[in-house]
Write a protein that binds this ligand. Structure first.
Ligand code: SAH
Length: 484
């Protein structure tokens, strides 16, 4: 839904130019319309209808009637800015965060948490039906796919164990906070209601120390200046914290002074790392990481298993919900202790080690070398000897394992948002395991892949959504598939 194809039709000349392609569109830019909101996009925008035309209205909720000013018009949809709430949804709540309107981080704070959970389940159902073309998706009354109610949090605030804070320059020097919604402007911020408090405090300390030492902020336009991002992690079970300073270049002036200032003020920090990123990119991390002080990793625990986590490794950000997600994956794997299991996209071996406790042998594959180093270290740390890990793309390594005669009974996949590579799906279908467990953070690519697996002979049995990211539009799912 980028605005790229949208033209401002206010200017007369351009208005004439585009009018042909906008024929039949019932609104023009600047027009005030009253419309009914019939849906919600996962960016939290209300989907409005005006004379059959779709208008996205920021922060409007389904069931509401709003008066809004049209701000852009395209062939199939436009955007409008709410001016007045004419009829209010019973599910609307006041967003508790004071910067909610400006910040792009959360999308659903204005919707009650109960309603968020119901909406997330519906997102999953809709994707499975529309994209996955799966039949009879429901709550288990029929024969088809069961989509359970979303497992939510009792207290859906302060859940994130990691903060990635972009750094920029303000009037009074270095600032860090968030990108203003729909822009590249950085707004300074010291308080975020979905961050764990120790992270908030640590970011404040790191920024303050940087200001004291006159560290320059990276400027995205000129490519100059040093500090790009401050990334902090907090391990809830041990209390350990890590700081990663992402810098535009290797040299940090007064690095040791900076380290000392952080250590003095943040006694739970056990690791201060530098990651170098000189590329003109929005990707946070570069390829080189070094320890400035302390350990290379911090340690956290999930359900009695310990995990070493290094700067660049993926680790689920919501520890309370992670345990529920992984337990569901283990339940769906339905292990007796005799099975061979493959965990593709294994990260630092989290799900792999959960599975290893109940399987004969597990194999994990992951593309980031440091994550595999962590995974091996984590197996040792927990005295787990039946897990093997390999670095590489799952779609490349799995066929190799297949040719080596590794014959899994269960395959678990947990891919990034883009879903599984088609080559991996093809390999899974050749390996033909009794069960597949699909952990997904994107219902659309999940639905696409489930279609392929269903066509290949698997039955999609049940889907358990877990709310890993309250107040955002994200939905995580764990899916059980069995060989027909
Ligand atoms: N299951 C893990 C990690 C899930 S995140 C956990 O819950 O902690 C997805 C992981 O897939 C990331 O670690 C990412 O680095 C990795 N990845 C991305 N593309 C990959 C590919 N083609 N092959 C293997 N791993 C990949």
């Amino acid at each position: 839904m980028s605005g790229r194809n949208h033209r401002n039709v206010r200017g007369r000349k351009r208005g004439l130019e585009v009018s042909a392609s906008l024929q039949g569109v019932p609104v023009i830019v600047g027009q005030i319309v009253q419309c009914e909101i019939v849906g919600l996009t996962h960016q939290g925008e209300g989907v409005g209808r005006y004379e059959g035309y779709t208008l996205f209205v920021h922060e409007a909720l389904p069931g509401e009637i709003v008066r809004a000013e049209v701000v852009s018009v395209g062939k199939t949809y436009g955007r409008a800015r709410m001016i007045e709430l004419v009829a209010r949804s019973a599910e609307r709540v006041d967003a508790p965060c004071s910067i909610y309107e400006a910040c792009g981080g959360c999308q659903l704070q204005h919707l009650s948490y109960e309603a968020q959970l119901r909406w997330k389940r519906q997102q999953v159902v809709d994707s499975l039906q529309r994209i996955g073309k799966l039949q009879d998706v429901g709550d288990g009354e029929g024969e088809g796919v069961i989509v359970h109610p979303v497992i939510g949090m009792d207290d859906p605030w302060r859940y994130r164990n990691k903060a990635q804070v972009p750094i920029g320059s303000g009037e009074a020097g270095l600032i860090g906070g968030f990108y203003e919604l729909g822009s590249n402007e950085i707004v300074d911020m010291d308080r975020c209601l979905i961050q764990q408090e120790p992270n908030e405090e640590l970011v404040r300390i790191v920024k303050e120390a940087a200001r004291m030492l006159d560290i320059s902020a990276y400027n995205r336009e000129t490519g100059r200046g040093l500090l790009r991002h401050v990334v902090v992690r907090h391990a809830v079970t041990t209390g350990q914290q890590m700081v990663v300073l992402v810098t535009n270049g290797h040299d940090i002036p007064l690095a040791q002074e900076w380290v000392s200032l952080i250590r003095e003020r943040a006694p739970h920090v056990v690791s201060i790392c530098q990651n170098v990123n000189t590329a003109a990119t929005s990707v946070v991390f570069g390829d080189t990481t070094r320890v400035l002080w302390g350990e290379e990793v911090i340690y956290d625990e999930i359900d009695g298993l310990q995990f070493a986590i290094s700067a660049r490794s993926f680790f689920q950000v919501n520890p309370v919900q992670t345990e529920k997600l992984y337990s569901t994956a283990v339940e769906y794997a339905n292990l007796t202790g005799e099975e061979t299991v493959v965990d593709a996209y294994c990260g630092i071996g989290t799900i792999t080690l959960f599975l290893a406790r109940y399987a004969r042998r597990v194999y994990g594959v992951e593309i980031i070398p440091e994550a595999i180093e962590d995974a091996r270290r984590n197996a040792l740390l927990n005295g787990i000897t039946n897990a093997e890990f390999e670095v590489g793309a799952a779609e490349v390594v799995m066929p190799r394992w297949q040719s080596q005669g590794i014959d899994p009974d269960v395959i678990v996949v947990d891919p990034p948002r883009k879903g599984c590579d088609p080559a991996l799906i093809a390999t899974m279908l050749e390996l033909w395991p009794a069960r597949i467990v699909y952990v997904s953070c994107d219902p659309a690519t999940l639905a696409r892949d489930l279609r392929l697996l269903a066509d290949g002979g698997y039955r999609v049995v049940e889907v358990q959504p877990v709310d890993m990211f309250p107040h955002t539009g994200h939905v995580e799912c764990c899916v059980s598939l069995v060989r027909k």
